[in-house]
Design a protein. Structure first.
Length: 223
């Protein structure tokens, strides 16, 4: 089974190093394709970890990400991640089980967040507004070859800089597995840093949690 993880990078080399560490801790060897926009600076950073690199403008962001999904053509499954997201090995093992069971789409409804500056952690329970309730998180979404073929290996609408998740929602179909990380005792975390546009604070359906939980669960990353 050929599994490719796609992501994009922009600045924050310290966060990318943690992302790469997370990839190498997974129980399976993945093909990793990274789109970057800072020339040799981002190329060297990515290729130092053995990942494939694509140089592309940072805007429109959807075009940048489509460059990675197009490059993943031929994969049995494509995992969409941010370069500040880390999948726990146990979650990857569960992904593999669902892939072997033939699911076309896999996605979680909730997520964990950790701020590297304040060392605070959040749990987000998912969308609760009427329009998006039950919708899956963008990070960690998995699409089968069938779904990728259906969209010509371009998951996002070109020319878009925001709301990318919404433009890929139209491809969520077939045999679908939607799950809650918390309910299954699984973990994935989004790392925040000082260069984030959005301040690290509570928003709808979030709560602060003991940051020691995240540092314990991902101790191989934070060591």
């Amino acid at each position: 089974m050929k599994i490719t993880l796609i992501t994009g990078v922009w600045k924050r080399p310290e966060v990318f190093e943690l992302f790469a560490k997370g990839i190498k801790a997974l129980p399976i060897e993945l093909r990793v394709i990274v789109a970057g926009s800072e020339g040799e600076t981002s190329r060297k950073m990515v290729e130092a970890h053995g990942f494939e690199y694509i140089e592309t403008p940072n805007s429109p962001l959807s075009n940048k990400m489509n460059a990675t999904s197009l490059a993943a053509k031929g994969s049995d499954y494509v995992i969409c991640m941010g370069s500040d997201d880390i999948i726990h090995p146990k979650l990857m093992n569960q992904y593999l089980i669902w892939m072997r069971e033939g699911y076309d789409f896999i996605g979680s409804t909730d997520y964990y967040f950790y701020d590297l500056e304040s060392n605070k952690a959040l749990y987000w329970g998912g969308y609760i507004d009427r329009k998006r309730k039950g919708e899956t998180v963008g990070a960690g979404r998995i699409f089968s070859k069938k779904l990728m073929n259906d969209c010509n290996w371009m998951l996002w609408a070109n020319g878009v800089d925001s709301s990318l998740d919404s433009t890929s929602n139209i491809h969520v179909k077939g045999k679908v597995k939607v799950f809650s990380l918390r309910s299954l005792g699984l973990f994935a975390v989004d790392l925040k840093s000082s260069t984030n546009i959005t301040p690290f604070k509570l928003w709808e359906n979030t709560k602060f949690i003991d940051e020691r939980l995240i540092r314990f669960v991902f101790k191989n990353i934070f060591d």
